[in-house]
Design a protein around this ligand. Structure first.
Ligand code: FES
Length: 341
């Protein structure tokens, strides 16, 4: 059965098909609502049902708790309508529609930048131009219907290849392949671009970037895109890792700070060892940002990395530093959900 969904405050509406989630139907109809993982884990798609009822689907318990359901909240990537609906959601205006496609790519290079991080460069077929917004991700398509999400680390104007930052995970379906068997010239298939973690360009607000580990990748793409476009908003990057070697491209970030007077870089280490001889900032990366910006009322924040850091940044920035809810953008590394065997 199909149902009509009306988005407030825009008044735009679309129709869902049988068993189609609200997010999938909105995207099929050309409306972009915020989303990240599409598997009920990251909460980026959380929104309100103003009128009507839904089946909440299978949200992970940390992403949608019971009292939120009672308050009318749901995850649009999981929820299917049981009646016509009026929903409240922040629609994302983009400067153009970008089609989500499935494409083959060839491994151009595999470069190990630290003990457990590899930068993969994938070459696209000749004559293919892969368009995306800086900050978006792709799903690498694996055997058995599995998929793994990685953000583009390159900016969109360098579109002849795709750069992925891959951290070695114990028994990871894709990372084991990358670290053990993948070779140059191998073919990988992917789907993308995906996600709504990209730079909002309709404002002049200063930007606070907060990354942990390979959460640097989409932020690198956004920052390089900003430099290319001559965006002169003040930007500061807080990049956190356990030890200095986790900040695997800190030389590049330091060079950005030398070359661009609107950009500064604050590396933050949480578990340095004496042999690291670390003399910089220590502790939790989002706390370092709060120490420097106790008032974030007029800022935007972009955060990417492990879910605990992203959630803490969201909570603390909005509750303690006055960051408006609609000025926080995030991409949390939630675990992928594999199809049932
Ligand atoms: S929980 Fe819906 S997009 Fe992540």
């Amino acid at each position: 059965m199909s149902y009509k969904v009306t988005i407030q405050p825009s008044g735009n509406s679309f129709t869902t098909e049988e068993n189609e989630t609200i997010l999938a139907a909105a995207m099929r109809s050309g409306y972009m609502l915020p989303y990240g993982c599409r598997n009920g884990a990251c909460a980026a798609c959380k929104g309100k049902i103003i009128e009507g009822t839904v089946d909440h689907g299978n949200p992970q318990s940390s992403a949608l708790v019971d009292f939120e359901k009672r308050d009318g909240l749901t995850l649009f990537c999981q929820a299917t309508p049981l009646t016509d609906l009026i929903i409240e959601a922040r629609e994302i205006e983009t400067t153009g529609d970008i089609e989500v496609r499935r494409l083959p790519s060839r491994v151009q290079s595999i470069f190990r930048v630290s003990d457990d991080i590899v930068i993969l460069k994938l070459k696209l077929p000749a004559n293919e131009r892969f368009q995306f917004f800086a900050g978006q991700y792709i799903d690498v398509l694996l055997r058995g219907g599995k998929r793994r999400s990685y953000s583009m680390g390159n900016p969109p104007h360098e579109a002849e290849y795709i750069e992925l930052h891959v951290r070695n995970m114990a028994n990871g379906a894709f990372t084991t392949q990358v670290f053990e068997t993948l070779k140059e010239k191998d073919i990988l298939r992917f789907e993308g671009p995906l996600g709504t973690f990209f730079l909002r360009e309709e404002t002049e607000k200063p930007i606070i970037f907060v990354a942990s580990g390979t959460g640097f990748a989409p932020i690198k793409s956004i920052i390089e895109h900003s430099f290319e476009k001559g965006i002169d908003r003040p930007m500061v990057l807080y990049w956190g890792g356990r030890r200095p070697q986790d900040l695997y491209m800190s030389d590049l970030a330091n060079q950005w700070a030398k070359d661009h007077q609107n950009f500064s870089f604050i590396p933050v280490i949480s578990d340095g060892e004496p042999e690291d001889k670390w003399e910089g900032r220590m502790g939790m990366v989002h706390i370092a940002a709060m120490e420097d910006f106790p008032d974030m009322t007029d800022h935007e924040a972009y955060s990417c990395g492990v879910p605990a850091m992203v959630e803490a940044a969201h909570k603390d920035f909005t509750e303690q530093c006055g960051l408006p809810q609609d000025s926080f953008f995030s991409d949390a590394f939630t675990p992928s959900v594999d199809p049932k065997p």
